[in-house]
Write a protein that binds this ligand. Structure first.
Ligand code: SAH
Length: 218
């Protein structure tokens, strides 16, 4: 657990405890994920005007037509990504405000996160720095093809919906690695892709609603 976060946001600790109880009721079982969600002050990642709603289980606007994901879906995706085990190197595509990256930082050794909208990238980087989260590398980049020069990842997580299950991305998984990805346009499903020595296995999990993965930097 990231020690530097303790003590921040004391006032919202009780609200966060309620959020964790709600996540349990919604079926999240991974204690490591629940502890990470308790640790990260979500209200610091949204506009002040929306801070009072930061612990409601809703997605909220973060400008540039993007949203911070609903706490349930962040918890669910991280639970699936972990698969009950520890995470070493993780790639996140779609930093947004950096909230999910901050939660990932609590459950993985090293996080790389990519954002294609420059002002969002800058704000997320600043916010993570202010929280003294040091194991997240934020890059201003088009992540639709992943981060092929950075070695293999134990986990890859997309915060935007891909048009299809990308073969380019799954090749960046290490053996034993897991990728969690929303796929589709109007109708979207969450997929888990697992890599083992024999190849890849895909599992369709549940319907979801994400902004689309777009090509190129903005
Ligand atoms: N995880 C984020 C939510 C992100 S919303 C959070 O906790 O706030 C999805 C983000 O994906 C948006 O910021 C969008 O700009 C970004 N995105 C979409 N396509 C992308 C691409 N090709 N490369 C990098 N980021 C992308």
């Amino acid at each position: 657990m990231n020690k530097s976060l303790s003590g921040i946001g004391m006032t919202s600790q009780r609200t966060r405890a309620r959020l964790i109880e709600r996540l349990r009721e919604q079926g999240i079982k991974d204690e490591t994920v629940l502890a990470a969600m308790f640790e990260v002050p979500r209200h610091l990642f949204v506009d002040e005007a929306l801070a009072s709603r930061a612990y409601d289980d809703v997605s909220l606007p973060i400008n540039f037509n993007q949203t911070i994901s609903q706490p349930y879906i962040v918890a669910r995706m991280l639970e699936v990504l972990r698969g009950g085990g520890p995470l070493d190197r993780v790639l996140e595509i779609g930093t947004g405000c950096g909230y999910q990256a901050a939660v990932l930082a609590q459950v993985a050794r090293e996080v790389f996160t990519l954002e294609r909208i420059q002002p969002l990238y800058e704000r997320a980087r600043k916010q993570l720095r202010e929280l003294k989260i040091r194991n997240v590398a934020v890059r201003y980049a088009d992540g639709s093809l992943g981060l092929p020069d950075a070695g293999l990842f134990d986990g890859i997580i997309l915060a935007a919906a891909a048009p299809s299950l990308s073969a380019v991305l799954r090749e960046q998984l290490a053996v034993g690695g897991r990728m969690v990805v929303p796929v589709g346009a109007q109708e979207q499903w969450l997929y888990l892709v697992e890599r083992d020595a024999a190849g890849f296995r895909e599992t369709r999990l549940e319907p979801v609603k994400f902004v689309p993965l777009l090509i190129g930097k903005a």
